[in-house]
Design a protein around this ligand. Sequence first.
Ligand code: NAD
Length: 236
Amino acid sequence: MREVAKWLSESRYTVILTGAGMSTESGLPDFRSKDGWWKQIDPMKLASTDALLNNYEQFREFYQVRIEALNDCEPHEGHHILAEWEKQGLVQLVATQNVDGFHHRSGSKEVVELHGNIYTTRCQSCRKEASINEFMAENGCSYCDGRLRPNVVLFGEMLPEQAWQRALMAMQKADLVIVIGTSLQVYPVNQLPMMSRGKLVYINADVDEEQHAFHKVIVGKAKETLIQLAAMVGCS
Ligand code: NAD
């Protein structure tokens, strides 16, 4: 961990890439670990374009439950440490697969939401923006009565081009990439670290497979590990 802290202090351009494991210590379940959503529900069935088109009621309920879960949760100290590192010039960009908006909420400014944001909603037919309250109230689109859906990237959809390009360019510039709390199973985001020629660090609670691509692997929880790293770089 000391070596990673040293790399962080010395790096001129550091990118953080986060996944659902970044937010489990805020109380939000991830998808693939033992308490994750997908042990009960198949993600391909619900968080997918297929469900949106062919099983809308269940699709909507799945997202309503996830949105409600956010009401009781807040960013944790690890999110705040990343925001502080940005202020101190130690981190240049946070790219996230999370749709919970916690990096913004904790004060990070340079954030790329690769899979969108669950707090905004649009019509699937005419793309008109709608409020989250309309989605929660199970209204149709006020303009065309189409199906409302969160502005997140579903299985079967492309990533937002601008967000992808920004993350890709940052990876190419980075001399340090710290990947936190992702199973690295979702394409194409799992390819991003390999686009960097910088040092690669992987922080994850469970690491089953050898992660040969990474220069350092830290097996640990996101919050605890960030607290320890922050103490080492003298900025918490
Ligand atoms: P994932 O569920 O596939 O993997 C999460 C990883 O984090 C697992 O390897 C798990 O062992 C690890 N983990 C769990 N708790 C941890 C902790 N406290 N500290 C460190 N590691 C921890 O999630 P993913 O890789 O992000 O990819 C799947 C999809 O999940 C993404 O598309 C994302 O949009 C979506 N998702 C987002 C949220 C959110 O916004 N909070 C929640 C669930 C799923």
